[in-house]
Each structure stands twice: as C-alpha cells, then as structure tokens.
Ligand binder design. Sequence first.
Ligand code: ATP
Ligand code: MG
Length: 374
Amino acid sequence: MAEVILKKVEKEYPNGFKAVHGIDLEIKDGEFMVFVGPSGCSKSTTLRMIAGLEDITGGEIWIGDKCVNEVPPKDRGIAMVFQNYALYPHMTVYDNMAFGLKFQKTPKDEIDKRVRDAAEKLEITDLLDRKPKEMSGGQRQRVAVGRAIVRKPEVFLFDEPLSNLDAKLRVSMRVRINQLHQQLKAEGQPATMIYVTHDQVEAMTMGDRICVLKFGRIMQVDTPLNLYNKPANKFVASFIGAPAMNIAPGELVSENGKVVVKVSGQTLILPEEKAKKVKDYVGKKIWFGIRPEHVRSAETHPSENENYVNGSVTVVEQMGNEEFVYFNVGEEQYISRLNPEKISRIALGKDYKFWFDLNKCHIFDFETEENISL
Ligand SMILES: Nc1ncnc2c1ncn2[C@@H]1O[C@H](COP(=O)(O)OP(=O)(O)OP(=O)(O)O)[C@@H](O)[C@H]1O
Ligand SMILES: [Mg+2]
C-alpha cells in the first residue's frame, strides 16, 4: 500500500519566502496524480518535500501507513525522474540503471533480471551498452525512467520529465509513461505516480486526477473531465483548456422575468436552469465565462432567436481540422472554435454573427472568483 497523504503541509524557505500554504491532499494507492499550475506555483517544491529532498516546515506527509517527516529520501520507497535526466555520463545505460541496486547490495542476477525487464518495457534493450552522450534526448529520458523502474518503488515522482523533448517525442513518451502505469497495475505491482507539469495537455491526458496549484495553494483536485466541465473557480477555468475559456466582467440583471448577463455591451439571456443557480447574484457584478467551442457560428444555429452577437473578426487561425476565430465585442476579445467546413464568409476586419450557447456558460463571483453556476 502506498497512498501518499499530505496534511496541512507548509513550506517556508530559509529566506522567509512562504512557498506552500497548508496543502491537504490524498493520493490513492496506484493513482496517477498530476500537479499542474503556472511557473512558481510550488509544484517542484511540493514534489521535493514528498521525496524528502526538501524539509517541510509544517504539517505531515504520509507514505503508506507511515509518517515520513523524519524519514530520509532513500527509505521512503520512492524513485524520482527529473527533467534533466541526471544520468552518469561515464557509465553505460546498463550501469546507470544498475547503479542504485548495486549500491543497495542487491544480488547480481537479480540486478540483471530487473535491468533487462525494465529495458524491455521501455524498448531500450539494444542501447544497454551505450553511454548517455551516444543517445538522443528521448532515449536518455527512457533510461532515466528505467533507472526508476528497476528500484520497484511504490511511488514514482516525475518533475517535468518531458520538457526537454521536442513536441513529437513528448507525445510518444507521454503515451509510454501511461502504458507503464497500466502495465505495472496489470502485473499486480501498481505504483502511485505523481507527475509535475505546467503543460495542461499532459495533465489532461495522463492524470487519473489533476491537482491545480496557484501560489502554493490547491485550487481544485478532480478528474480531467470534471476540471474541464466543472471548474470550481475562474483560475481553473482559465488554466485548463486551449484555447482558454473566454472570460469577461459583466453583471446579472433581471429583465422581463428572465435573468440576463450584461457583458461587453451585449444582453445574453440565461436558460432557466442556469438562472436558478445564480438568482442570488442578480444586480451584482460577476465574471462571465464561455469556452471557445460554445461560441458557435450563427450560420449553423439559424433557428435560435436569442444570444446572437456581432463580432469584428481580427485573426483567423487555421488548424486544419478546426479554426480559431478571434473577434472583438465592445472592449473584449473573444475566441470561437469553429469547424472550418461550415464557415463560408469569415473575413478579417468584417463583422460576423456568432451564437453564444449559454447552456454551457459559467458565472463566477466577482470577488471570490468561485464558480456559482454549477
Ligand atoms: N531555495 C529557495 N529559496 C527561496 N525561495 C525558493 C527556493 N526554491 C524555490 N523558491 C520559490 O518558491 C516558489 C515555488 O518554486 P517551485 O520551484 O516549487 O515552483 P514550480 O511550480 O516548480 O515552478 P516551475 O514551473 O517554474 O518549475 C517560487 O516562487 C520560487 O521562487
Ligand atoms: Mg518546477
């Protein structure tokens, strides 16, 4: 059993900077948890505290059924993979992978078995005699992962392990790490994995759950789809999803028995179900949010008779399978994500009629930025 539990964990660096403000988090045995957030939000600090590479200045960290606050890194049953691989340059791949085990005085034939098993899993068997400088970045990264696997840790910690790789390699390594997690589970040796990234696509595709951090505080912990569809606050809403959710300041008003959003000079009518949820906010300032895919072309929604918005188109980004249309409404810039086949008449500098699907919008408290429309 290797669940990882953080209880009110705090970190104040010796210079007085408070990097982590009382984090509570339960990572289940065998779970793949991703830490995501902008640069400086303390992802690495938190991971390093779990690893024991950084002291904690408040709270408790539990791995399995043991509080590990005072346990040195080597006795925590963890293995860590870093961004820069940290391989020994003068050693072969085989020796790099075997090093930690030799150090622990593991019998030679056991070491050999583990190294070859891991190499096979990662398809690096034919590289075992090479030195790190004779390999590509992706191959080195696989060796770094292999070195972690051979130790059979209960918990794997990854700190942005793919950020030195080019885009295509990142995708294939991402899939491989996912497969490794599945494979270990299938072999009856499930490993808890904690994976740090600032790449929200990696977070969405790898995590069983994602923990979104901001300035050393947890903003939300949930499954990828829940974070996307039910962001708890404006920060998560704007951080998860690319292109990002459109968010603009507005006001809720009651008009003709309906609740409407006044935003960017427009009057958008809330469907009854949403209106019910936010009725206490009528007369107040709010943040209005809508994802680019819910800003549609009016051409494809000609039957609706409300929530059309004329926007002045400034940029059209062709992605091949879809296009991102940037347009201005009043003071604000919005993005619409459209299916290109359906669009015939979008021209730069011209007005175009969009339809806002208010069934899918989000409303956030103006002060606390909590989502009040869930
Ligand atoms: N040794 C240190 N002394 C003081 N402050 C530090 C120290 N190490 C990190 N910090 C600060 O703690 C905060 C969190 O740093 P951390 O490296 O954990 O962020 P991160 O989320 O991993 O960012 P990145 O995505 O850039 O790697 C930052 O503001 C950083 O400047
Ligand atoms: Mg970091």
